[in-house]
Design a protein around this ligand. Sequence first.
Ligand code: PMP
Length: 437
Amino acid sequence: ALTSNNLDAFWMPFTANRQFKKNPRLFVGAEGMYYKTADGRDVLDGTAGLWCCNAGHARPRITEAVQRQIAELDYAPAFQMGHPHAFELAARLSALMPSPLDHVFFTNSGSESVETALKMAIAYHRVRGDGARTRLIGRERGYHGVNFGGISVGGIVSNRKMFGTLLGGVDHLPHTHDLSRNAYSRGQPESGAEYAEELIRLIQLHDASTIAAVIVEPVAGSTGVLIPPKGYLKRLREICDQHGILLIFDEVITGFGRLGSPFAVEHFDVTPDLVTTAKGITNGVIPMGAVFCSRDVHEAFMTGPEHLIEFFHGYTYSGHPVACAAALGTLDTYEEEGLLTRAAELDGYWADALHSLRGTRHVIDIRNIGLIGAIELEPIAGEPTKRAFNAFLKAYEAGVLIRTTGDIIALSPPLIIETAQIDQLVDTIKTVLESLD
Ligand code: PMP
């Protein structure tokens, strides 16, 4: 039987994270804002699981929808058949996006959404006779999942170093994070939009006629909550438009209410050609992702006599009936409880609470946008990540789940969080940081 003492025998079920192996911590239940630990404690969820449980845990609409669907239709073969809930879900999702992005393709994860979007972008140009447009541009410190395309356009060098060059023809824009210019910004930093101009340099270097798409997270989440400077995303859009390059937003984290609107597209008032999503689409309950694309992109690969030879794509579990049911129950919950805009209502309280940590021991920057927060710590010399990881352990012991990446504490609580729970989260972090070496 699986116990904390013999986990070694079962090692590798989740991720390659060795910190788990050294110090296993097991959750055995969850409800609302809290996880229940194997040793019977309640832990406040400061991370919505892994940026996914936006409506909190064990939400009845979702649980019931899943149970009903399994009993009614457990699976329908994706390549030959369909089922009505996938269409219903696609229609409801597209109603949340601005009108050009009204087509939806279902995947099973964020990583798969990214691969799908990259393939769609290249196929779009190819079908239009622009077959030379195959280059892709990501961003330093971007995270786009773990598959080959995603680690190629992703900006985390250590994630791809074992695999050589991967996709040919990939470049990375610089990230926009510069503490000497924009530490302690509330919301979006004022300066830094000119980082987008680096795209012009890449266009001059390679010629626009070779570039298929630029992919960015509107807010880079997993690499430490890097919030784009004002005007940056709009400028990327302008440059892409001028040169016939598609723009992809990876909204796996920012989608489904995290920034106070259904998607970051609305928050930043920038409409890309493709949007990748996952996580909050089913509140984390069943694996699922979706790619939104414009009619133009969709028509390029779905219509015309050649579409089958130009573009083959689809997963056994694309639009899985149980995932669709979970997503529909999730949308019901978000809509009934006003969760897709709740982060906008809490934004001021959240920002004040986080920024009250300014001056706390070890803190060198605080960032906030929607219901996302980051507290950057001074690293221990020669031991990067250690201080933040120790903060994570102590916070967990004190009953609060936070997430760390490098020496950055990243926060993304479920959107149902109450102000008293925001206080609990921030007060615990303060106590923990003051007690750390
Ligand atoms: N893109 C972004 C922006 C993400 O944050 C993540 C996951 N953290 C992914 C892609 C990959 O998603 P998944 O882990 O579901 O494959």
